[in-house]
Design a protein around this ligand. Structure first.
Ligand code: NAP
Ligand code: NAG
Ligand code: NAG
Ligand code: NAG
Length: 292
């Protein structure tokens, strides 16, 4: 009972307050005006829609993916929509040297960085795991490791601007889902890594926000082709999805839920996990750790 009083009730209060507070904060498109933003995986799908929204809001954008031709079209359209500036740098996120150099070049093109939107993934297909270790490794490298490399390269610039990292993940990064084990593993890894780094930023007063986006099924060409005839689930529009991702980043929210049932945020908000994270944080001897 004492435990209940001491921890559980205040925490429950905080938890609820957090939800209502974050839901009530207001987004204004002007928040992105003149901001310097990188979008990865922006040649098609959700990434492309993110770039278009940013362009309309008057942001500077640098987009990347492998296919140069489609990136050129995205950049041309961004300029038409009103982007403060728009550039592309093509390359593969299988190559960590490219990932690192890409951020440096993008930062130079824009003269800094306010928001890093990590969105690309390697191709996946819905199948039972068939011992394809190569695909597991590739998924971890492209969907996870390159995100770490990109954010490490971007952090000095993001610290200067009090910027934001936005990580696009999936329901499959929060719940186990058959037929996409390697993809799911890479998305869980993003939660583990970036949620831990978010706590480190908090502990060390680094004012760079980290937003994890938990998406349901979105109507991109890739996803629609892959699920047709295999999954019975409503697909949500990629344009609105892209806007919710930008909003979450601009409002510096910890997590964004889009394309799920209305109960998903509540169920996956996971008070058990939050409570244990809070209790574990209390066990750290912060002062000693900071002085080492
Ligand atoms: N659509 C959904 O239903 C859904 C659901 C949950 C989460 N999500 C998440 O949303 C994000 C975007 O998904 P989407 O459906 O928009 O995907 P998409 O349309 O297939 O776009 C993927 C992007 O990644 C790029 N890409 C692929 N391989 C790459 C590589 N090796 N190096 C660099 N870039 C590469 C692609 O361009 P190139 O081929 O030109 O390289 C493309 O721009 C992903 O993180 C995904 O996990 C999507
Ligand atoms: C990904 O695409 C490549 C090239 O088109 C193909 O060889 C590979 O089998 C695909 N992998 C998966 C898991 O779909
Ligand atoms: C970043 O935030 C700090 C306060 O945390 C403030 O002093 C500083 O001016 C801000 N810098 C920018 C570029 O917004
Ligand atoms: C962190 O940066 C944001 C965006 O510039 C600013 O609104 C906020 O006040 C800063 N927070 C702290 C604690 O400095």
């Amino acid at each position: 009972m004492a435990f209940m009083k001491k921890y559980l009730l205040p925490l429950l209060g905080l938890f609820l307050a957090y939800y209502y507070y974050s839901a009530n904060e207001e987004f204004r498109p002007e928040m992105l005006q003149g901001k310097k933003v990188i979008v990865t995986g922006a040649s098609k799908g959700i990434g492309k829609e993110i770039a278009f929204h940013l362009a309309k809001m008057g942001a500077h954008v640098v987009v990347t993916a492998r296919s140069k031709e489609t990136l050129q079209e995205v950049v041309a359209h961004c300029l038409k929509l009103g982007a403060a500036s728009a550039h592309y740098i093509a390359g593969t996120m299988e190559d960590m040297t490219f990932a690192e150099q890409f951020v440096a070049k993008a930062g130079k093109l824009m003269g800094g960085l306010d928001m890093l939107i990590l969105n690309h993934i390697t191709n996946a297909s819905l199948t039972f795991f068939n011992n394809d270790i190569h695909h597991v490794r590739k998924s971890m490298e492209v969907n996870f490791l390159s995100y770490v490399v990109l954010s490490v390269a971007a952090l000095p610039m993001l610290k200067q601007s009090n910027g934001s990292i936005v990580v696009v993940s999936s329901l499959a990064g929060k719940i186990a889902h058959p037929m996409i084990a390697p993809y799911s593993a890479s998305k869980f890894a993003l939660d583990g890594f970036f949620s831990a780094i978010r706590k480190e930023h908090w502990l060390t007063n680094v004012n760079v926000s980290i937003t994890l986006c938990v998406l349901g099924l979105i109507d991109t060409d890739t996803a629609m082709k892959e699920v047709s005839g295999k999954i019975n689930m409503k697909a949500f529009p990629k344009e609105e999805c892209a806007l919710e991702i930008i909003k979450g980043g601009a409002l510096r929210q910890d997590e964004v839920y889009y394309g799920n049932s209305q109960w998903t945020p509540l169920l996956l908000g996971n008070p058990g996990r939050r409570l244990m994270e809070f209790l574990h944080l209390r066990r750290l001897d912060i002062n000693r750790l900071l002085n080492n």
